[in-house]
Design a protein around this ligand. Structure first.
Ligand code: NAD
Length: 368
């Protein structure tokens, strides 16, 4: 079998520390499961700016395009806060998503039994939660034109952005959501603001047409975004797959993240369109940022990044068995009582990033 081309971009802050734990798992997969990964490492964000003067060098983008999958840590930090907008670390992230055509962001929100108490919500509200938010990632308010800040004749300034979607943009994100739902509980909730925003009137109409034409076996419901935010904290288990616009998805998925107790536990996948061979460009990353407040201390939770690698195995490399092993290793380590500081509970053992990474490998060893 040809080696799987993996580009690793640790980025900044804790991105570097958590990615080092994924490296252990990659080595383990090579040694114990005979899976050959052709791994390249590159720079993104502030680390890339320091070397190349830009948060994403063209050569890195070329490597990303050539890879079967990209694994990313996190970008950003106070060191680069003063940079002009187009040089900021976060621009590197937006650029790689846009240029790779990664229009679908998949964010599972899963509550592990061992961490039910870590949520700020009551255990009965979140226990057993397993939902997926599908966020449109390359259109909507974040990318719509015109945009800018202009000077008005009366001396004021005016800032403006544009919310726009085309039929095909709505259909392709809709298809990702319906396909995922087919492999889960066959329920899609499409979130919009069709009572106020014309763009999302179109969104709703196209979702209905798509469901009727191609996915009659999947149940489709609709919810206004304000209600969706409320329902997420009131009764999150009513959802299976939720699909929504870029900005709405950004906010709702962070809200869903907190249902699970910690940003440090949540992976994500960003997928592009299928090519002729049925393969998608793909980027996998934890949803948390570079956490400058704890960077360099070996205390960050590496599990979101470990689980992101699991998603990579599942969605890009068709390695469901190995992906299941990673999920099980995470579950077992938590059940065994190991916790990084962010998910620490009374009576459990507080461990470092490194020790958590080693524990995951030990669990994999037990299963092999
Ligand atoms: P953040 O996610 O970095 O941190 C928020 C809080 O959660 C912090 O207290 C942090 O210590 C904690 N935290 C996050 N991940 C953790 C982990 N794995 N283990 C333990 N604790 C964890 O968000 P922020 O503080 O708003 O942003 C910091 C920087 O990261 C900024 O420069 C921001 O732009 C950037 N950022 C990057 C991404 C990304 O790369 N995808 C996402 C969000 C923020």
């Amino acid at each position: 079998m040809a080696a799987k081309k993996l580009l690793i971009l640790p980025g900044d802050g804790i991105g570097v520390e958590v990615m080092a734990q994924v490296r252990r798992i990659i080595e383990w997969m090579a040694k114990k499961r005979g899976v050959a990964f052709d791994v390249t490492e590159g720079l993104i964000g502030g680390a890339a700016y320091d070397v190349h003067g830009t948060p994403l060098a063209d050569s890195t983008l070329t490597d990303a395009m050539a890879a079967d999958a990209v694994l990313l840590g996190a970008v950003g930090g106070p060191k680069w806060d003063g940079l002009p907008f187009d040089k900021k670390p976060e621009r590197g992230l937006l650029k790689i998503r846009k240029d790779m055509g990664l229009f679908a962001n998949l964010r599972p929100a899963v509550v592990f039994d061992a961490l039910v108490e870590a949520s700020t919500l009551k255990p009965e509200v979140v226990a057993g939660l397993d939902m997926m938010i599908v966020r449109e990632l390359t259109g909507g308010l974040y990318f719509g034109e015109p945009r800018g800040i202009e000077q008005l004749p009366d001396g004021q300034r005016r800032g403006f952005n544009t919310l726009s979607y085309t039929t095909s943009e709505i259909q392709r994100i809709g298809r990702v959501a319906f396909e995922l739902a087919r492999k889960r509980n066959k329920k899609v909730c499409s979130v919009d603001k069709a009572n106020v925003l014309e763009c999302t009137v179109l969104w709703r109409e196209e979702m209905i047409k798509l469901q009727q034409a191609e996915y009659p076996d999947v149940e489709l419901s609709h919810m206004y975004v304000d209600n969706a935010a409320m329902q997420l904290v009131r009764n999150p288990k009513q959802f299976d797959v939720m699909v929504t616009e870029n900005t709405f998805g950004d906010i709702l998925s962070d809200c869903a993240a907190m249902l699970t107790g910690s940003l440090g536990m949540l992976p994500s996948a960003s997928l592009g369109a299928e090519d002729a061979q049925g393969r998608r460009k793909a980027l996998y990353e934890p949803i948390h940022g570079s956490a400058p407040d704890i960077a360099g201390k070996d205390i960050a939770n590496p599990l979101a990044t470990v689980l992101s690698f699991g998603m990579c195995l599942r969605y890009s490399f068709d390695m469901a068995a190995e992906a299941d092993m990673i999920d099980a290793a995470v579950k077992n380590v938590l059940k065994g009582g190991l916790r990084t500081a962010d998910i620490m509970q009374p009576g459990k053992a507080k461990v470092s990033t490194t020790v958590m990474g080693e524990a995951i490998v030990r669990e994999l060893d037990k299963m092999a």
